[in-house]
Design a protein around this ligand. Structure first.
Ligand code: ATP
Length: 141
């Protein structure tokens, strides 16, 4: 089956660029599935997991919001930040999660709750995406 080119770009770098069979992105209004020959589209992404399938391999990226454009020959994701599962620093994500949880559960008068919640969502998404990496490397029984 002819695929579709997926390009995931952050302000810092090209995070992913390859041909895939299907993309499932965290759209602002819910999961967005894109197959080859999808109609042109521009939409906003929320913090979440972007999944894609290439041959029989499924992989996952953590996306910190951004924009997605479907063109006739490619899907372009401009992400605020994005990491492939294997790039995620688990200890850093755990620390960010604990920090955000601590701020939310012991609020100070000048707490920016929305910011703490967004930080928690980023950390939880990173942990989830990194967890897929671990499962993928476990031997099949
Ligand atoms: P932290 O509180 O740990 O800095 P953050 O959510 O504030 O996390 P971001 O502002 O979303 O971090 O990202 C800043 C940069 O750091 C981006 O390039 C992002 O890809 C990278 N990054 C953030 N957390 C991780 C992580 N756990 N593993 C790998 N890269 C990360």
């Amino acid at each position: 089956m002819a695929g579709i080119k997926l390009e995931v770009v952050s302000a810092e770098r090209i995070v992913y660029s390859d041909e895939v069979d299907v993309v499932i992105a965290p759209g602002i209004d819910g999961q967005l599935g894109i197959l080859p020959h999808h109609a042109p589209l521009m939409t906003t992404l929320t913090m979440g997991e972007l999944r894609a399938k290439k041959a029989n391999e499924e992989f996952s990226l953590a996306i910190s919001g951004g924009f997605l454009e479907v063109r006739p020959d490619r899907v372009i994701v401009l992400a605020d930040a994005a990491e492939r599962a294997e790039e995620i620093d688990l200890a850093r994500a755990e620390a960010a999660k604990l920090r955000a949880e601590e701020r939310i559960s012991h609020p100070t008068p000048n707490l920016d709750l929305a910011r703490a919640e967004a930080s928690l969502r980023r950390a939880l998404t990173r942990l989830k995406v990194a967890g897929r990496r671990k499962r993928a490397t476990q031997p099949k029984v």
